[in-house]
Design a protein around this ligand. Sequence first.
Ligand code: GLU
Length: 409
Amino acid sequence: MSEEAIIKVRFAPSPTGPLHIGSARTALFNWIFAKSKGGKFILRIEDTDKERSDAKFEENIKTGLKWLGIEWDELYKQSERTAVYKKYIAKLLEEGWIYYCFCTKEELEDERQAMLSQGFAPKYSGRCRSMKKSDVEAKLKEGNPSILRFKVREAEITFKDLIRGTVSFNTSLIGDFVIAKDPETPLYNLAVVIDDALMGVTHVIRGEEHISNTPRQILVMDAFGFEIPKFAHLPIILNPDRSKMSKRLNGASLKEYIDKGYLKEAMVNFLAFLGWHPKDDRELLSIEEIIEEFTISRVQKGGAAFNIEKLNWFNSNYIKQLSDGEFIKLSKPFLPHGWKLTPAMIKSLKSRITTMDEVGDYVDFYFTLPNYDSNLLKWHESSLQDTAVNLKIGLDLIEKIPADKFTQE
Ligand code: GLU
């Protein structure tokens, strides 16, 4: 990569579920990095898994990104790039980097068990690697099910991770991995390499769970002679007690938070602090300030704790900063039609609520008459009629007080 090359990052979600909080963090870090470097942000929909991908999740992902304020400079869908992949798979086949494997599930399972029982970490033995070309052709002709595997060479793969420093993997632990279902259908580790190279991605910023894919991808990049991008693996997200985050929380979609009335400023601030913080101890930062302050070297290696209390703290702070107009707009989805908030109500709400979905409960009594026992309003032995007359007198008195004089005192 030449020095003047424009910085390009990508967010590459698989649309197999709604945008979850961890992926939103990955997208945000990529986008902030691009913005801080005057670079470009690519959105790449990795929808090669036809059974599990769904257009409604793609929509959900895009809506979530836009809500966060993340706009993409380029958009790709892997399902529209079959012709490209086909060409590159053919090249790998022709040059002998990959081979057909006809092993059945049962054979692979037997092999796995045999390795385990001998105390080895299981990996593919490479049984089909040296099959004669004529045998391969015959088997294909007979219609035997097959997949394509990459020939892993013995090597120490080392790369510099911008967050973790030097990372090394010995490929003896990796068996020849499956890289395509057939000559037209690449799997993740192949499609990602082709796309990152052709799209000019300079920095691959993604979750730590992908770190073991990186040596595989570097092997494939080498096979093509592609330039190796820079890597940065973001810390995993943990519970506040540092235990592994539960599936439910980890899988919690961004939409659930939007629907509860979290503000995007609070969410952005909170997500940016999931693994990063500025030089000083400021915590309430606008997106512009985050972009200004952001450097990848300040991203931490260790797991980042997801603390809902912290998110709530951010949210109540940002709610306090809302103008009355903004407050009214944001509370609208949570209020029955016709309930109009007055400045005094807004003032008291701002200091009380944590999420916008709480507004209704707080102002309910202004708009609806509760069910109550009218006898409770009676003074000693007075009648209900007298009580009504006295309440009316009280109301008349209160109503004469101008709104600006009607203070807490
Ligand atoms: N489609 C992959 C995922 O959603 C992308 C991983 C990557 O960034 O390389 O996890």
